[in-house]
Design a protein around this ligand. Structure first.
Ligand code: MP5
Length: 204
């Protein structure tokens, strides 16, 4: 672990997660984007459910801001503003494909959302910062492994952007400055839900 490192994944939280990290960041869904074989329905399913996820995630960040001390607030505010813009972007993407923003929340997505929204009131701040870091790091790792080309180029670019990478590096410092033992359990649970999310997108 190195606080000075500019490598977003250089963290004991990720190293100790082992195979859980691998499974959260590699999936047939991502392979389907890579080789151009992803069924359109799978992408649509992921898009709608990720929209529902990000709506819950914004509430998570809002509650985390409420609980956090002043030194941690600027980074969380940055995240909240980015999520607000991201939701508007998701709404545009969903509508452009003729999909319904009110489509029901899938049970896998609901479980993840419920977990986050329960945790934000019940868990220690250090555990919550670790969760925040790990779930953002997952998306950076998953999407930036793809080439920015093809029908999903805009999606690859969003989560490979250098500004997003910088944000994840700052979240890593936030998480590592406060790590305690229970944080790993929360990170591991997030990673399981991340794996389930890809599975849900592929198989419905
Ligand atoms: C993220 C996401 C990253 N959009 N969806 C899941 C299931 N996990 C992580 O969050 P953000 O706000 O899109 O960077």
């Amino acid at each position: 672990m190195s606080e000075q490192s500019s490598e977003p994944f250089d963290s004991n939280l990720i190293r100790q997660a082992g195979q859980l990290w691998e499974r959260a960041t590699h999936s047939p869904f991502l392979e389907g984007i890579r080789d151009g074989t992803l069924p359109k329905e799978a992408f649509h399913r992921w898009l709608i459910q990720d929209y529902h996820f990000v709506k819950a995630f914004l509430r998570f960040l809002g509650a985390l801001l409420l609980r956090s001390d002043r030194p941690q607030q600027p980074l969380l505010v940055e995240g909240i503003v980015a999520l607000d813009h991201e939701l508007a972007w998701f709404e545009k993407q969903v509508q452009a494909r003729g999909l319904d923003l009110k489509s029901p929340v899938h049970p896998f997505c609901q479980r993840y959302n419920d977990f986050m929204l329960r945790a934000v009131h019940e868990e220690s701040l250090s555990g919550l910062y670790a969760m925040l870091y790990s779930l953002e790091a997952c998306y950076l790792a998953a999407w930036s492994s793809l080439k920015p080309e093809g029908p999903y180029q805009e999606f690859v670019e969003r989560w490979s952007d250098p500004r997003f990478r910088d944000y994840v590096i700052k979240l890593r410092s936030l998480a590592e400055n406060q790590t305690d033992a229970p944080s790993q359990g929360l990170v591991d649970q997030c990673l399981r839900y991340e794996e389930d999310f890809w599975t849900m997108a592929m198989s419905g």
